[in-house]
Design a protein around this ligand. Sequence first.
Ligand code: AMP
Length: 222
Amino acid sequence: MKKVFIFLGPPGSGKGTQTSRLADKLSIPHIDTGSLLRKNIQDGTELGVIAKSFIDKGQLVPLNVVSDVIKDRLLKDDCLNGYILDGFPRSVEQAEALKVIMDELNTFSLKDDTLAIYFDIPTDVLVQRLVNRRSCPKCGTIYNLISNPPKIMDYCDICDTKLTQRKDDNEETARLRFETYEKETAPLYDYFKQMGILKELDANKSISEIWENLKNIIFDEK
Ligand code: AMP
């Protein structure tokens, strides 16, 4: 089985939910650049100040900032058995940078140890998904007010914390994020396909159906 997984797909395609499940099942870390950047913003770091100006506009944070964040994270010991990347790489330029970082770390190779999974979903479903997304600031559980609501409105089922909505999950910023996705991230589909490491997943299904299909893809992979 492969050791490194790259979850690729537009904002709101359900990557985060499935990454958490897979990370639990395989006991490997879920590395999500969006959350790492938001943590820097929350902590008021210099890097967070730079990141915020791009995130608020739905644009990609510059390569050097994201590369530093990801490299720091991949150096941690919990990545030695594998890891799942969610939201990185987000451009061909970032994929090239990832290859260099992986070669430097010398634990896994992009070509031989990695599986990229593309979450395929029609764009018109996505804006509705994003504006209805809520998450728990304490334990990170993600909800959707329509398709996967919490048992008590606005409170986390697991730790009873009040749910929050991401600032960039409003309709206007969501549209800008889709434009950025089409321009910068969509070309990664061909990039990984040509490399022979891409598998596709129909992401316009229920969370449990996607999870079953995802497991089939991952555990069938030689
Ligand atoms: P996400 O939580 O993955 O939807 O990311 C939220 C925002 O963080 C994006 O709209 C970008 O502004 C920024 N971001 C997250 N990951 C990356 C990345 N790999 N490269 C550049 N910007 C990123």
